[in-house]
Each structure stands twice: as C-alpha cells, then as structure tokens.
Design a protein around this ligand. Structure first.
Ligand SMILES: [Zn+2]
Length: 255
C-alpha cells in the first residue's frame, strides 16, 4: 500500500510531517521541531512512532527528539556530518544510503548549503521528498554555513528528481517567498498562477505544501538561476548560473 503522510504546524512556522507505512504500521517523524504537536498528530492518526529522520542540526528541527525518544523508543537517523550536534542519534547516513520506514524505502541526498551536513530523504516509490530547509515552496534556505556553489549544486540535485515528486519542506514561508519572487520574475505566468492559488489557500487556512518538483522548477526563482530570461530580468545576462543564484539569494536576504 502507498505511504500516507500527515502535515501539521509546529512552533511558529515550522512544518511537522509524519510518514506512515500502512503495511507494517511504521511511522517516521521528519525532524522533530517540538514534541507536543507531533504527539497530537500521532494520537489523531493512531500511528505509532518508530523513527525520526533528521535533515539538519538546527534546534527548530531537533528540539523534540529527546522527549519523543524517551516516550516511544524510536530510532533516530541523522546526517553523518552533523551527528555530533544532534541528540540521541542511532544511525548516521551519507549520500546514497538507504533508510527504511517499515517497508518504505528512502534514499539519502546530501544537500549542503543551509548547513554543511544537511540531507534530504527521497522515497522514489512513493514520489515524496523531505527537504528540510534546503528548498521551500518558491524559496530556498539561507546560506548559514555553506557557499552559493554548494547550495546551487544541492538545488540542482533536487530539481532532477521526477516531476511528480511531492516536496515537503521545513517551513511555511510561501507567501513571503512569492512576494520576493514576483519582484524579480514578474513576467512568469506560472509564478503568477501560483501566487493566486497560494492566496486562496491562505484565505482558506490551508497549507501551501506539498508542491511538486515539476511545478516548483517552473516557478521557484532559486531553481531558475540558469534560465536566460531570468538572468536578463535581473541585469545579469550571460553570467554563470551560480553567480545569478548568489545574486538572487543576496537580494532575498535584503528584501
Ligand atoms: Zn534550519
């Protein structure tokens, strides 16, 4: 049977998400921003927490780990390069390694940039990818530890996933990201359509994610740094994509 997910808000604007395998009952929390909302989601679904899959070491992604592990005895999987900064780690993983949640099979994709050891978890059979703070809907993470080169390479790896892949990211930042994106890519009809759709979702009090890789790569300026028209629009015609990416990221930081 296909994987099931449950998405909910944690802290101020973090997303919590549970990934459930109906065949075995195994359930993973992707990151653990805060224990209480994760417990509420487990209670509402009746699912039993077996794993926590950590994307990176930031406190707003790891603060719930100790409490959840004490209660559920779940396994904690974390990026090898950041394991020293994450509590209660049982297994460390690198690029290309496989992570199972019951019978669901995920692959580790290293996506440094926001932090140096950041990883994403891709479940190809279920068309799901959990990207933490590397990629957001119409945005990307700040370069707190890595370089533009690193982040641009990481985003290109995610962009190469199949179009139907659903992206679950770490934060609800979509409305602010769209405001910025329209300031540099105003003539993009796909972005304009997304802006209208997101406005409606927000009015309905609904989540703006997941989004698909196929939709995102047409609308997210951080995935479009190698599109000539966008470089022209920001006055960087013919510049290398990584330079265009760095300029867009810099403008967003100052926006
Ligand atoms: Zn972060």
């Amino acid at each position: 049977m296909p994987a099931e997910t449950r998405l909910f808000l944690c802290l101020k604007d973090n997303y919590g998400v549970l990934l459930h395998d109906p065949d075995t009952g195994a359930t993973a929390s992707i990151d653990a921003p805060e224990a209480a909302p994760i417990e509420e989601a487990l209670e509402a679904t009746g699912w039993k927490l077996t794993d926590i899959l950590v994307t990176h070491h930031h406190h707003d992604h790891t603060a719930g780990i100790v409490t959840l592990k004490r209660k559920h005895g779940c396994r904690v999987v974390a990026p090898a390069k950041e394991a020293g900064k994450i509590p209660e780690v049982d297994r460390t993983v690198h690029e290309g390694e496989t992570v199972s949640v019951g019978n669901l099979t995920g692959k580790v994709i290293e996506t440094p940039g926001h932090t140096l050891g950041h990883i994403a978890y891709w479940f190809p059979d279920d068309h799901l990818v959990f990207v933490g703070d590397t990629l957001f809907s119409i945005g990307c993470g700040r370069l707190l530890e890595g370089t533009p080169e690193m982040m641009w390479r990481s985003l290109k790896k995610l962009r190469e996933l199949p179009n139907e892949t659903e992206i679950y990211c770490g934060h609800e930042y979509t409305a602010a990201n769209i405001k910025f994106a329209l300031s540099i890519d105003a003539h993009n009809p796909v972005l304009e359509a997304r802006a209208a759709q997101v406005q409606q979702l927000i009015e309905e009090g609904a989540s703006t994610i997941p989004v698909t890789i196929g939709d995102e790569k047409l609308a997210n300026p951080f995935l479009r740094a190698d599109v000539p028209d966008l470089a022209v629009d920001i006055g960087m015609a013919g510049e290398p994509p990584v330079e265009v990416f760095a300029e867009i990221r810099g403008r967003k930081d100052r926006f």
